[in-house]
Write a protein that binds this ligand. Structure first.
Ligand SMILES: [Fe+2]
Ligand SMILES: [Fe+2]
Length: 136
């Protein structure tokens, strides 16, 4: 299994945890499909689309609340999306799953662990603080 979501320390925001868990599930499904020789593209596209939507939501929140680390956080989203696009294009072009499997099993889990623990953790704490401020 690529990502065991329970191994990650939860963030302050339940909604963000739910989306990350869904991401982990989609990633694991894609990996299983590829390893079992099923057509992997629909699964991979589902992971990609989830990332697009999830990143866009985080970026909207950051823009709306003028989150100080917006630029760096967005850059990290764009960086992994570019690697994802390249891995998908390589797989579509050649039918060879080596690159895309490496991406799923190594690149994305490493990125996710780092990203969640740093960027998303800081953002979720900020969002919770903003919520508390508004409540007072
Ligand atoms: Fe993020
Ligand atoms: Fe996230």
């Amino acid at each position: 299994m690529t990502i065991e979501f329970r191994d990650y320390r939860p963030l302050a925001l339940a909604q963000m945890n739910r989306e990350h868990e869904e991401f982990a599930n989609l990633l694991n499904e894609a990996e299983q499909a590829l390893l079992m020789g099923r057509a992997g593209l629909p699964y991979l596209r589902r992971v990609y689309d989830h990332c697009l939507q999830h990143f866009a939501q985080e970026e909207r929140d950051m823009e709306y609340l003028r989150f100080p680390a917006l630029a760096a956080h967005r850059h990290e989203h764009q960086r992994i999306l570019q690697l994802f696009t390249d891995a998908l294009a390589g797989y579509e072009r050649s039918g060879d799953m080596t690159g895309v499997l490496e991406f799923l099993m190594d690149t994305i889990p490493d990125w996710f662990g780092q990203h969640m623990n740093n960027y998303d953790r800081a953002l979720s704490q900020f969002l919770v603080q903003q919520d508390q401020k508004r409540a007072h």
